[in-house]
Write a protein of this length. Structure first.
Length: 190
Protein backbone atom coordinates (compact mmCIF):
# COMPACT_ATOMS: atom_id res chain seq x y z
CA UNK A 1 0.00 0.00 0.00
CA UNK A 2 1.47 3.33 -0.95
CA UNK A 3 -0.10 6.33 0.68
CA UNK A 4 -2.44 7.09 3.52
CA UNK A 5 -5.36 8.39 1.40
CA UNK A 6 -5.21 5.20 -0.61
CA UNK A 7 -5.31 3.08 2.55
CA UNK A 8 -8.39 5.00 3.75
CA UNK A 9 -10.31 4.80 0.50
CA UNK A 10 -9.50 1.29 -0.72
CA UNK A 11 -10.35 -0.59 2.47
CA UNK A 12 -13.41 -2.82 1.96
CA UNK A 13 -14.97 -5.41 4.22
CA UNK A 14 -13.96 -8.95 3.28
CA UNK A 15 -16.20 -11.95 3.86
CA UNK A 16 -13.79 -14.78 3.12
CA UNK A 17 -10.12 -15.24 3.84
CA UNK A 18 -7.19 -17.29 2.65
CA UNK A 19 -5.70 -19.76 5.15
CA UNK A 20 -2.38 -17.88 5.23
CA UNK A 21 -1.64 -16.74 8.79
CA UNK A 22 -0.96 -13.15 9.78
CA UNK A 23 2.49 -12.54 11.20
CA UNK A 24 2.89 -11.47 14.80
CA UNK A 25 4.70 -8.28 13.71
CA UNK A 26 1.69 -7.21 11.60
CA UNK A 27 -0.64 -7.93 14.54
CA UNK A 28 1.59 -6.05 16.99
CA UNK A 29 1.78 -3.07 14.62
CA UNK A 30 -2.03 -3.03 14.34
CA UNK A 31 -2.50 -3.25 18.11
CA UNK A 32 -0.02 -0.41 18.55
CA UNK A 33 -1.93 1.68 15.98
CA UNK A 34 -5.13 0.95 17.93
CA UNK A 35 -3.53 2.07 21.18
CA UNK A 36 -2.76 5.47 19.64
CA UNK A 37 -6.43 6.35 19.01
CA UNK A 38 -7.84 9.51 20.57
CA UNK A 39 -9.85 9.25 23.79
CA UNK A 40 -11.39 11.98 25.87
CA UNK A 41 -10.17 12.14 29.51
CA UNK A 42 -7.51 9.55 28.63
CA UNK A 43 -9.80 6.73 29.69
CA UNK A 44 -8.27 4.18 27.29
CA UNK A 45 -11.61 2.36 27.27
CA UNK A 46 -10.65 -0.36 24.75
CA UNK A 47 -9.43 -3.93 25.12
CA UNK A 48 -8.47 -6.40 22.40
CA UNK A 49 -8.91 -10.12 23.04
CA UNK A 50 -7.06 -12.15 20.42
CA UNK A 51 -8.94 -15.43 20.33
CA UNK A 52 -6.87 -18.54 19.70
CA UNK A 53 -7.81 -22.01 18.57
CA UNK A 54 -8.76 -23.65 21.86
CA UNK A 55 -10.93 -20.71 22.98
CA UNK A 56 -12.66 -20.73 19.58
CA UNK A 57 -13.42 -24.43 20.07
CA UNK A 58 -15.01 -23.62 23.43
CA UNK A 59 -17.32 -21.22 21.59
CA UNK A 60 -18.71 -23.98 19.34
CA UNK A 61 -21.71 -24.99 21.54
CA UNK A 62 -22.74 -21.31 21.74
CA UNK A 63 -22.31 -20.90 17.98
CA UNK A 64 -24.49 -23.99 17.42
CA UNK A 65 -27.19 -22.76 19.81
CA UNK A 66 -27.31 -19.38 18.04
CA UNK A 67 -27.25 -20.98 14.58
CA UNK A 68 -30.26 -23.15 15.54
CA UNK A 69 -32.15 -20.06 16.71
CA UNK A 70 -31.35 -18.36 13.41
CA UNK A 71 -32.52 -21.40 11.43
CA UNK A 72 -35.81 -21.35 13.37
CA UNK A 73 -36.17 -17.61 12.72
CA UNK A 74 -35.63 -17.88 8.97
CA UNK A 75 -37.59 -21.14 8.68
CA UNK A 76 -34.66 -23.33 7.62
CA UNK A 77 -34.97 -27.03 8.43
CA UNK A 78 -31.32 -27.84 7.67
CA UNK A 79 -29.94 -27.18 11.16
CA UNK A 80 -26.59 -28.87 10.45
CA UNK A 81 -25.90 -26.66 7.45
CA UNK A 82 -26.60 -23.53 9.50
CA UNK A 83 -24.36 -24.78 12.31
CA UNK A 84 -21.48 -25.73 9.99
CA UNK A 85 -21.56 -22.36 8.25
CA UNK A 86 -21.58 -20.43 11.53
CA UNK A 87 -18.77 -22.55 13.04
CA UNK A 88 -16.64 -22.21 9.92
CA UNK A 89 -16.86 -18.39 10.04
CA UNK A 90 -15.36 -18.35 13.53
CA UNK A 91 -12.92 -21.27 13.27
CA UNK A 92 -11.50 -20.44 9.83
CA UNK A 93 -10.75 -16.73 10.28
CA UNK A 94 -6.92 -16.44 10.40
CA UNK A 95 -7.30 -13.77 13.05
CA UNK A 96 -10.22 -13.31 15.42
CA UNK A 97 -10.33 -10.42 17.87
CA UNK A 98 -13.07 -9.39 20.28
CA UNK A 99 -12.97 -5.65 21.00
CA UNK A 100 -14.53 -4.31 24.17
CA UNK A 101 -15.31 -0.86 25.45
CA UNK A 102 -15.62 0.16 29.09
CA UNK A 103 -19.16 0.33 30.46
CA UNK A 104 -20.19 3.18 32.71
CA UNK A 105 -23.59 2.77 34.33
CA UNK A 106 -23.16 5.93 36.38
CA UNK A 107 -22.13 8.19 33.49
CA UNK A 108 -23.87 7.38 30.20
CA UNK A 109 -22.25 10.35 28.45
CA UNK A 110 -18.77 9.03 29.34
CA UNK A 111 -19.80 5.57 28.16
CA UNK A 112 -20.87 7.05 24.82
CA UNK A 113 -17.63 8.98 24.48
CA UNK A 114 -15.68 5.86 25.38
CA UNK A 115 -17.59 3.88 22.75
CA UNK A 116 -16.67 6.52 20.16
CA UNK A 117 -13.01 6.28 21.20
CA UNK A 118 -13.05 2.48 21.03
CA UNK A 119 -14.47 2.66 17.50
CA UNK A 120 -11.53 4.94 16.58
CA UNK A 121 -9.12 2.37 18.04
CA UNK A 122 -10.85 -0.48 16.23
CA UNK A 123 -10.63 1.37 12.94
CA UNK A 124 -6.97 2.23 13.51
CA UNK A 125 -6.40 -1.50 13.91
CA UNK A 126 -8.34 -2.28 10.72
CA UNK A 127 -6.51 0.37 8.69
CA UNK A 128 -3.12 -0.73 9.99
CA UNK A 129 -3.91 -4.31 8.94
CA UNK A 130 -5.02 -3.07 5.54
CA UNK A 131 -1.77 -1.16 5.18
CA UNK A 132 -0.19 -4.63 5.36
CA UNK A 133 -2.66 -6.06 2.77
CA UNK A 134 -4.72 -7.78 5.46
CA UNK A 135 -8.48 -7.41 5.04
CA UNK A 136 -11.06 -7.56 7.79
CA UNK A 137 -14.70 -7.80 8.70
CA UNK A 138 -16.29 -6.13 11.69
CA UNK A 139 -19.11 -8.29 12.94
CA UNK A 140 -21.79 -7.74 15.55
CA UNK A 141 -23.59 -11.05 15.13
CA UNK A 142 -25.44 -12.63 18.06
CA UNK A 143 -22.27 -14.47 19.15
CA UNK A 144 -20.77 -11.08 20.13
CA UNK A 145 -23.70 -10.40 22.46
CA UNK A 146 -24.22 -13.76 24.12
CA UNK A 147 -23.45 -14.05 27.84
CA UNK A 148 -21.66 -17.39 27.21
CA UNK A 149 -19.21 -15.61 24.88
CA UNK A 150 -18.29 -13.23 27.69
CA UNK A 151 -17.76 -16.17 30.06
CA UNK A 152 -15.63 -18.16 27.62
CA UNK A 153 -13.40 -15.19 26.73
CA UNK A 154 -13.25 -14.15 30.42
CA UNK A 155 -14.77 -10.71 29.91
CA UNK A 156 -16.66 -9.19 32.82
CA UNK A 157 -19.90 -8.09 31.14
CA UNK A 158 -20.62 -5.62 33.93
CA UNK A 159 -17.37 -3.79 33.20
CA UNK A 160 -16.94 -4.17 29.46
CA UNK A 161 -19.15 -4.44 26.39
CA UNK A 162 -18.07 -6.37 23.29
CA UNK A 163 -18.55 -3.87 20.48
CA UNK A 164 -17.68 -6.40 17.82
CA UNK A 165 -15.47 -9.17 16.56
CA UNK A 166 -12.88 -8.43 13.93
CA UNK A 167 -12.16 -11.32 11.59
CA UNK A 168 -9.08 -10.69 9.51
CA UNK A 169 -6.92 -12.33 6.90
CA UNK A 170 -5.60 -12.09 3.39
CA UNK A 171 -8.42 -11.93 0.88
CA UNK A 172 -8.68 -11.51 -2.85
CA UNK A 173 -12.49 -11.14 -2.75
CA UNK A 174 -13.35 -7.46 -2.97
CA UNK A 175 -16.87 -6.53 -1.95
CA UNK A 176 -18.61 -3.76 -3.88
CA UNK A 177 -20.47 -1.20 -1.87
CA UNK A 178 -22.24 1.99 -2.84
CA UNK A 179 -20.98 5.00 -0.93
CA UNK A 180 -22.77 8.35 -0.98
CA UNK A 181 -21.30 11.23 -2.91
CA UNK A 182 -19.54 13.99 -1.01
CA UNK A 183 -22.36 16.42 -1.95
CA UNK A 184 -24.88 14.11 -0.29
CA UNK A 185 -23.11 13.99 3.04
CA UNK A 186 -21.74 17.49 3.46
CA UNK A 187 -23.05 21.01 3.85
CA UNK A 188 -20.81 24.03 3.50
CA UNK A 189 -22.16 26.97 5.50
CA UNK A 190 -21.21 30.59 4.95
C1 LIG B 1 -20.81 -1.33 13.73
C2 LIG B 1 -20.65 -2.26 12.56
C3 LIG B 1 -21.17 -3.55 12.65
C4 LIG B 1 -21.04 -4.44 11.58
N1 LIG B 1 -21.53 -5.71 11.71
C5 LIG B 1 -21.44 -6.56 10.67
C6 LIG B 1 -21.95 -7.90 10.80
O1 LIG B 1 -22.46 -8.30 11.84
N2 LIG B 1 -21.82 -8.71 9.73
C7 LIG B 1 -21.25 -8.28 8.55
O2 LIG B 1 -21.18 -9.05 7.60
N3 LIG B 1 -20.74 -7.04 8.42
C8 LIG B 1 -20.83 -6.17 9.44
N4 LIG B 1 -20.30 -4.90 9.33
C9 LIG B 1 -19.63 -4.51 8.07
C10 LIG B 1 -20.56 -3.68 7.22
O3 LIG B 1 -21.57 -4.48 6.69
C11 LIG B 1 -19.73 -3.00 6.11
O4 LIG B 1 -18.86 -2.07 6.73
C12 LIG B 1 -20.62 -2.31 5.12
O5 LIG B 1 -21.23 -3.24 4.28
C13 LIG B 1 -19.84 -1.31 4.25
O6 LIG B 1 -18.82 -1.97 3.53
P1 LIG B 1 -17.29 -1.55 3.64
O7 LIG B 1 -16.81 -1.89 5.03
O8 LIG B 1 -16.61 -2.35 2.58
O9 LIG B 1 -17.18 -0.06 3.39
C14 LIG B 1 -20.40 -4.00 10.38
C15 LIG B 1 -19.88 -2.70 10.30
C16 LIG B 1 -19.99 -1.84 11.37
C17 LIG B 1 -19.43 -0.45 11.28
Amino acid sequence: MSNFQEILTTRRTAYSFEKKPISDSILQQALYAASQAPCHKHTNPWKFYIIGESTRKKLIPTIEKLADLKSARIGSSDLQKGRDKAIQKIIDAPLLIAITSKRNELDKFREKEDYAATVCALHNLVLSLWDNDVSSQWSTGSITRDEETYRIISIDSEQEEIIGFIKAGYSSAKSKVKKLKIEEISRFLE
